[in-house]
Write a protein of this length. Structure first.
Length: 213
């Protein structure tokens, strides 16, 4: 069958660009081994569902509060750390009657020879017609400046596939902090930077690069 071609999710790639030196190669090799083994588990799914339910049913955090007692005991400390910030973000959306969920789609693209999956966690549509595609950051540490810029740029780059005419948003869940695109940052500069990072990622992936060409 051969080795899998170079591939990264939005989360993996933005974690990669925030690293420096030899740790980048170690990170990429770990991702490749994980993909080859088919391992990996997302512990945050119940929180995303609870947040969506609170938005949809306008329950102002009731589902988020309840989910702490529903998840497996091993995940309870994680949810206890995440839920307060998630509720803070929910409240920042304003009047629950003026915002609802919007359907989003995952996007697939290629950058610098690297296949990328770009996927928001949820979409929002406000009663004034504006929309947002929202990506959630769950890590204990805040997202690096590089990760914020990369996430928002890649979401903008693929917004037509995900939620047309929406604004990309990155939410640091633990701190309830919201990041939106900085108009002072030049998109062309970011595109060139990320294309170089993606090409280096694909090269570090190893022999599968040739199979993907």
């Amino acid at each position: 069958m051969g080795a899998p071609p170079p591939y990264a999710t939005l989360l993996a790639f933005t974690r990669y660009v925030g690293r420096t030196g030899p740790s980048k190669a170690t990170f990429v090799s770990g991702l490749r081994r994980q993909r080859e083994s088919g391992s990996g588990f997302n512990p945050h799914g119940s929180l995303v569902k609870a947040l969506k339910a609170d938005i949809q049913f306008r329950t102002e955090g009731a589902h988020l509060t309840a989910v702490i007692d529903v998840v497996r005991p091993r995940w309870r400390p994680l949810y206890e750390a995440l839920v307060p910030g998630a509720i803070s973000y929910l409240k920042s959306l304003g009047d629950p009657a003026k915002v609802g969920l919007a359907q989003t789609h995952d996007a697939l693209g290629v950058l610098g020879g690297l296949s990328l999956k770009v996927n928001p966690h949820l979409g929002l549509r406000y009663d004034d017609g504006n929309a947002e595609a929202v990506r959630l950051h769950f890590d204990p540490e805040p997202p690096s400046d590089e990760a914020v810029v990369a996430t928002l740029h890649l979401m903008s780059r693929h917004m037509r596939q995900m939620l047309p005419r929406a604004t990309p948003v990155l939410v640091d869940v633990r701190r309830g902090t919201v990041h939106r695109p900085d108009p002072a940052i030049r998109s062309g500069d970011v595109e060139r930077w990320l294309a170089g990072e993606a090409a280096a990622f694909a090269a570090m992936w190893g022999p599968a690069t040739a199979a993907a060409s």
